[in-house]
Ligand binder design. Structure first.
Ligand SMILES: [Zn+2]
Length: 322
């Protein structure tokens, strides 16, 4: 049943929305999954984030589990049906577009200088930044397909999903902590059976994490008889059995892909301390995008009357990422 209150809001035109193209162009989502089957990845409508929804990002548990982001994406991009499977780069594009129409394009991030390591504030115009989030070109998209020279199977790679990216970070932190306790071990303790058992378990967990991380960059593997395998567990078993050279091929290709994805988050940063210019990569998480906006608004109000803090008002209808 439709809600007449919402219908009136939607038709009034006072709630600004914006259209963007998803960087992946939905090339890595099966039709009707992740996005609604009627969705147009070249023109996704993004709605602003209500002030009442922002609490999802100040809650650390919601943020850590990635649930805050899933919830928000579903809210502001209604054509996304399974936000947790959305590629990380598409999530970033959606969040940035949403921030622009909800709170304006200006943001300041803490940036440490690659030359002198001093930290300072970097001002970013998100509308300019967003221009770099261009859809993958056909040439780039082709890089995701790789025919393994020896076994003849075809691997279709994919940009990592938001959920996998979050889980991999948590996995590597816990595995690092698990392995750290062995650093200061004494010689006679190495022969202790409980120690050996424990170490084995930690080690296996670490190996399994590596396989999981690699599998999360694989969309499907196609057999020589052209059957596409999407099953993550099957892919993991297959990866463990795959000859080293083939694994190396996949890793090399992932490096190339990682490079052109990272290229989209690159910015020139001139350090105010040492005056040196460096390329830096900007990773805007939802906390940076939305909680900072609230702080800035409070600041603006407290300096009311001074013209120097006047912000550029921006209401783009479509952001064309060329
Ligand atoms: Zn510096």
């Amino acid at each position: 049943m439709s809600n007449p209150l919402l219908d009136e809001l939607d038709n009034s035109g006072i709630v600004k929305t914006v259209e963007i193209a998803l960087p992946t162009l939905a090339r890595f989502y099966p039709l009707g999954e992740v996005l609604d089957s009627k969705a147009d990845a070249t023109a996704m409508r993004i709605q602003p984030l209500s002030i009442l929804e922002e609490s999802a990002f100040t809650d650390p548990m919601m943020l850590l589990s990635g649930r805050g982001v899933s919830r928000m994406v579903k809210r502001v991009a209604p054509m996304v049906t399974e936000p947790e499977k959305l590629s990380d780069i598409d999530v970033q594009a959606i969040l940035i577009a949403c921030r622009i129409i909800s709170r304006g394009p200006d943001i300041e991030v803490d940036q440490s200088c690659p030359s002198c390591e001093k930290e300072s504030k970097l001002k970013i115009d998100l509308e300019d930044f967003m221009m770099k989030f261009t859809p993958f070109t056909d040439e780039e998209s082709d890089q995701f397909t790789i025919v393994l020279p020896e076994v003849g199977q075809t691997v279709r790679l994919k940009p990592i999903s938001y959920k996998d990216a979050t889980e991999i970070v948590m996995m590597s932190v816990s595995s690092e902590m698990g392995m750290k306790k062995y650093a200061g071990i004494k010689d006679d303790e190495i022969f202790d059976t409980a120690f050996i058992q424990d170490y084995k378990e930690q080690f296996e967990k670490m190996v399994d994490n590596n396989v999981t991380a690699l599998a999360s960059s694989i969309y499907y593997v196609q057999t020589r008889s052209e059957k596409k395998i999407f099953n993550r567990e099957h892919i993991k078993e297959w990866l463990v059995a795959l000859p080293t050279d083939e694994v190396k091929e996949i890793n090399q290709r992932l490096k190339i892909i990682g490079k052109f994805i990272q290229e989209r988050t690159k910015m020139k940063f001139t350090c105010p301390s040492c005056k040196k210019s460096n390329d830096v990569h900007i990773n805007l998480d939802p906390q940076m995008l939305f909680t900072q906006a609230v702080e800035q608004e409070v600041e603006k109000k407290s300096t009311a009357g001074s013209n120097t803090t006047k912000n550029r008002k921006s209401n783009p209808e479509r952001i064309l990422q060329k």
